[in-house]
Design a protein around this ligand. Structure first.
Ligand code: FES
Length: 141
């Protein structure tokens, strides 16, 4: 090995050492972009002052966020249910006129408790506790 080969090898080795941490870092999981969304034990906080959540400031208003349908049921009460139909997974929607939750795919209807009123949905929507502190609505998953 001559002097030129030695210098090339040292420079190449240095370049590899510089690149390895950035390559490894790109393989780590970024929890802020988890496509599965929040899991059990976590919370979803909705700021009622944000335009995206404005519907929740009126009785009968609803918002779907992160797989949860949140409904202002009146009297300062809120309901949070899974927005995923238990039949085949379509996203359900709150019908404030009828006071129930409907699936657009095959017509299942749920009560605001999550219970099935009309199939083919085989079981109730999952329900989650909701609390309001100031303008922040917290849903405990
Ligand atoms: S997916 Fe909702 S009724 Fe079929």
């Amino acid at each position: 090995m001559n002097r030129r080969d030695l210098i090339q090898r040292v420079l190449l080795g240095g370049a590899v050492l510089v690149m390895v941490p950035s390559v490894l870092d790109s393989c780590t999981k970024d929890s802020t972009t988890d496509p599965a969304g929040p899991g059990p034990g976590s919370k979803i906080n909705l700021d009622l002052t944000l335009p995206a959540n404005a519907a929740l400031t009126s009785t009968g208003g609803s918002v779907v966020s992160q797989g949860i349908i949140v409904i202002n049921s009146g009297g300062g009460n809120y309901v949070a249910l899974s927005s995923t139909c238990t039949h085949q997974g379509c996203t359900v929607a709150y019908n404030s006129g009828a006071g129930n939750i409907q699936c657009p795919c095959h017509g299942s209807i749920y009560a605001t408790t999550g219970n099935v009123i009309q199939g083919p949905a085989p079981r109730a929507l999952a329900s989650y506790p909701v609390s309001l502190s100031g303008n922040i609505l917290s849903i405990s998953l």
